[in-house]
Every structure is written in structure tokens, then in C-alpha cells.
Ligand binder design. Structure first.
Ligand code: NAD
Length: 494
């Protein structure tokens, strides 16, 4: 990857972006648009269409009509596989362009974005393409004179609403299994990260996905998102985002057609370091990146370090040295390791959290400040708070920023008690060389994914889903296909 290529791509003008409905780019019916402000320098780089209820109706109708017509839903799994594989190839071909476009929109450091966005999106389309012609129905173990068949069939119109972090990857985690299963989809990306997702829809079309099978609605959550959530003709709503919005979506479903709602929400994930871990330097290095990559804007970020008291000071010193050495800045400059906070409102929220944590008695060890203010962009120092107690806001609430809370513990039971003390249950990690302890902790910690002696990086073969208030249902793996299929029993008298 050459810096000169990246510099060329970052200067490309981005035309005004439209909605993608029924295979066409169309303006919002009202003509309304929203500015796209880059967190790199605070400058406007384009506009997106600001959809309202009437545009959502158009998109859902296009999806329903394509579903009923069977242009996709009635194609054989092998034919769908062919097109999904072609989509993955086109994503790979445009990987750098897609990554740079996404980074200009949401500020993720480029190396992370390349791997996490086009890289993961292509892998996701490939995974579900390869899976779908291997998913069978069932024959029930019934009596001699009857035959019980269990068909697994597509549901209809799937709506997906996704956040601003890793928009291509998270959108693909939903649309690839939904499409593989034969559904039609309406996707609403975040108003803060729509550009790469709009391009993804065009690539799907270029690869041969029929008109109306994938539609993209851009705009605001409380208008376009709400209209999707309340729509009477949406069968499934798959969401990734905050708990507050997740709650609202459940209300929308209850007030409309009781659509199935799947929620991938936030976390306050404990990263638990025992004194018997194998290599304290490596543990500190991986743990630091487990919170600071993408400026902490990662759902599974290890935002609480629970560390055994006997190594507490030594470990905090190591973390502090790593954090204060990280190069934060322009995410398209390959010399930087950490990029932007996705928007200025989120930066203000992070800084307010710093003030609140100090006021509540936590010790600020490093960071806490905005960086490169003159650039006009949104940057923040990697920040560590020590002497945190479980009652403090920083120990309980998701920040979604580069802020780490360190909490010492006395023994295994104490670590489990602290780990499970929040409303969340998304991810966790255990660092220990003791195999029995690792297995005990995997069972005891309430989280959808428990890492051992690593943080992050789980591939498509395993599910990601939250326990407790971190959500329901899963993305990734064969299990995700279940969200987009329904079972039908045929009971046949012989
Ligand atoms: P958000 O909840 O504010 O927005 C997410 C999406 O919902 C956006 O597209 C937004 O426009 C839409 N939305 C907002 N209000 C809506 C409404 N009333 N009705 C319908 N749609 C509405 O989240 P965010 O700030 O974009 O993303 C950060 C959050 O996402 C964090 O809480 C993070 O933990 C979570 N997240 C979770 C996972 C996971 O897999 N569990 C992954 C990534 C991010």
C-alpha cells in the first residue's frame, strides 16, 4: 500500500449521494439532503439524501415486489451463490477505494479499515455464498404412516439498520446471510457513515443482484429509521447500535406488525488479567489495542481492565507507556496508528466522560485531552483511568471512545463478581496460563464471546452476539442464517 495512491484517492471529489431503490439512484422525494462532514478535518465532502417515510415506503415496496416476483427468492441456492461470490470479488477489486471512502466518512485508521471493512465484507459474502447450498431441511423421526418434513425458507423483507463504526462489515454481516437465504433487503446505514455502504449496494447490482433485492435508504434515525421500524411490510429487523435505539425498535415492532427484532448492542467488556498470565508485555500490548484501536469505537472493545492486585501497578505502568506512545492523527497517513473520533458530538461526549470520571474520584493516568484541534478534525488521546470502582459511571456505562477503566481484583471470585456487575454481556477476555482457570472463567463470565490469551480477531466461523442487555440473536457463522429463515412443518399422512 503506497501513501501516494492513498493521497490521490483522498482528493477525489465525491458526487452528491442518492438513495438506492429498485436498482436506481434516486433523490429523496422531498429533495432533502444532509451534509457529509469528514472527521479528518471537519470539512464537508459530500451530501447524502435524507429519506423520509415516503422513501422508506418506496424501498420496502421495491423489496416486497422483487421478493414476490421470485427474481431472487426463487433462484436456486447455487445461482444465488454465484452472484454473492461475484459481489465478494468486486469488493476485493475495489478494496482500497472502498476503505479510503469509508475512512473519509468515519475516520477509522486506514490499516484497520482495510482489514475490517472491505476485507471483512468480502469474507462475509464469500462465507454465506459457500454456506447456502449446504444448509438442509430435516426429515422428522416420525411413525411409519406419516412423514414429517421441516422446510427452512426465506421470510420476505428484511430491514437492516447499522451504526457508524465498521459500516460495511456490519452491513455485510446482515445482508449477506439475509440475501443468501433468499430474502430481499432494505438497509439503513448511519447518517454518519453511509458512503461506503452506498457503493457496496452498487457493487451488488453490478455483480448481478436483481433490481429491488437490495435497497439503501440514507437519512436520520428518528425519521427514516423509525419508518422502517414501524413499517407493516417489514418482516425482520436486524439492528446494530446503541441500547437506547434498540429499545425503541422493540416498541416500534410491538406497535406495528410484531416483526422479529434482532439487536446487537453495546458493551462494557471486561479484560481480565491474572498474575499467572504467560507474558505480561504481550498482554499489555494486546490489551491496549483491545481498547484503543479505532479510538475505542468497537462494540467489543475491552473498556474495563480487571487486573490482579499483585501486578496492578506494574501492568498499569506498561499500559500507560504503550498508550502514550500511540500515534494519533490523520487516519489516511500510514504513520499514524489511531485515527479519528467519528464525529464532533461523540468527541464532546468522550471529553464529558473524562470530566465526570475525575469528579467521581477516578485517577487520570494518561490522556484525557482532545488532540490536533487546529486540524478541524476530531481526535482524542488514548486515555486511562486507574483506581476505578464498580459504582463509577466509567465502570458501568459504555463510552464508545478511547477511554480505559482499570479495576484491581483480589482473586478469581472477585474478578467474576466485577466482570458480571454491568448490564452488558457482549465480550470478555481472560489472560492466564492456567488451563483450568481459563475454562472456569469462560463458564462464569457472562458474555457472548470470551477470548483467552488474546483480544478480538474471531473469524466468520464463530457467532458474535450479546448476552444480557447487549442484545439477542447473533451475527456471523451459520447460526446467523437462522435469523433470516423460518421453519415450516409439512405433516404428511402416508
Ligand atoms: P445508534 O444506536 O445511535 O445508531 C445506530 C443506527 O440506528 C443508525 O443508523 C441510526 O440512524 C439509527 N437510529 C437512530 N435512532 C433511531 C430510531 N429512533 N429508530 C430507528 N433507527 C434509529 O448507534 P451508533 O452511535 O451509530 O453506534 C454506536 C453503538 O453501536 C454503540 O452502542 C456500539 O456498542 C453499538 N455497536 C454494537 C455492535 C455489536 O455487534 N453488538 C457493533 C458495533 C456497534
Amino acid at each position: 500500500m503506497q501513501q501516494s495512491n492513498i493521497n490521490d484517492l483522498r482528493e477525489l471529489a465525491i458526487p452528491e449521494q442518492k438513495l438506492f431503490i429498485n436498482g436506481h439512484q434516486v433523490a429523496a422525494r422531498s429533495g432533502a439532503t444532509l451534509p457529509v462532514i469528514s472527521p479528518i478535518d471537519g470539512r464537508q465532502i459530500s451530501t447524502i439524501a435524507c429519506a423520509d417515510e415516503s422513501d422508506v415506503d418506496d424501498a420496502v415496496s421495491a423489496a416486497r415486489e422483487s421478493y414476490q416476483a421470485g427474481v431472487w427468492s426463487k433462484q436456486s441456492p447455487a445461482q444465488r451463490k454465484k452472484i454473492l461470490l461475484a459481489i465478494a470479488d468486486l469488493i476485493d477489486k475495489e478494496a482500497l477505494q472502498l476503505a479510503v471512502l469509508g475512512v473519509r466518512d468515519n475516520g477509522t485508521e486506514l490499516s484497520m479499515a482495510l482489514k475490517g471493512e472491505p476485507g471483512s465484507a468480502a469474507a462475509t459474502f464469500r462465507y454465506y455464498a459457500e454456506a447456502i447450498d449446504k444448509v438442509y431441511g430435516e426429515i422428522a423421526p416420525s411413525a411409519e404412516n406419516v412423514l414429517g418434513l421441516v422446510h427452512r425458507q426465506s421470510i420476505g423483507v428484511v430491514a437492516a439498520i447499522v451504526p457508524w463504526n465498521f459500516p460495511m462489515m456490519i452491513a455485510s454481516w446482515k445482508i449477506a446471510p439475509a440475501l443468501a437465504a433468499g430474502n430481499s433487503v432494505v438497509l439503513k446505514p448511519s447518517e454518519d457513515a453511509s458512503l461506503s455502504v452506498l457503493r457496496l449496494a452498487q457493487l451488488c447490482h453490478l455483480a448481478g443482484l436483481p433490481d429491488g433485492v437490495l435497497n439503501v435508504i440514507t437519512g436520520l434515525g428518528h425519521t427514516a429509521g423509525k419508518a422502517l421500524g414501524q413499517h407493516m411490510d417489514v418482516d425482520v429487523l436486524a439492528f446494530t447500535g446503541s441500547g437506547n435505539v434498540g429499545r425503541q425498535l422493540l416498541h416500534y415492532a410491538a406497535d406495528s406488525n410484531l416483526k422479529n427484532v434482532y439487536l446487537e448492542l453495546g458493551g462494557k467488556s471486561p479484560n481480565i488479567v491474572f498474575a499467572d498470565c504467560e507474558d505480561l508485555d504481550k498482554t499489555a500490548q494486546v490489551s491496549a489495542m483491545g481498547i484503543f484501536r479505532n479510538s475505542g469505537q468497537v462494540c467489543i472493545a475491552g473498556s474495563r481492565i480487571l487486573v490482579e492486585r499483585s501486578i496492578h501497578r506494574e501492568f498499569v505502568d506498561k499500559l500507560t507507556a504503550i498508550a502514550s506512545d500511540l500515534k494519533v492523527g490523520d487516519p489516511l497517513d500510514l504513520r499514524n496508528q489511531i485515527g479519528c473520533i467519528a464525529n464532533s458530538a461523540q468527541l464532546s461526549r468522550n471529553l464529558a466522560f473524562v470530566d465526570k470520571s475525575i469528579a467521581q474520584g477516578a485517577t487520570l493516568v494518561t490522556g484525557g485531552q482532545q488532540l490536533s484541534k487546529d486540524s478541524g478534525g476530531s481526535y482524542m488521546q488514548p486515555t486511562i483511568f486507574d483506581d476505578v470502582t464498580v459504582q463509577m459511571s466509567i465502570a458501568k456505562q459504555e463510552v464508545f471512545g478511547p477511554i480505559l477503566a482499570v479495576i484491581p481484583f483480589d482473586d478469581e471470585a472477585h474478578a467474576i463478581e466485577i466482570a458480571n456487575s454491568t448490564e452488558f454481556g457482549l465480550a470478555a477476555a481472560i489472560w492466564t496460563a492456567n488451563l483450568s482457570r481459563a475454562h472456569r472463567m469462560i463458564k462464569a463470565v457472562n458474555a457472548g464471546v470470551v477470548h483467552v490469551n488474546t483480544y478480538g480477531g474471531a473469524d466468520m466461523s464463530v457467532p458474535l452476539g450479546g448476552h444480557k442487555q447487549s442484545g439477542n440473536g447473533v451475527d456471523k457463522s451459520l447460526h446467523a442464517i437462522d435469523k433470516y429463515c423460518e421453519l415450516k412443518t409439512a405433516w404428511i399422512q402416508l
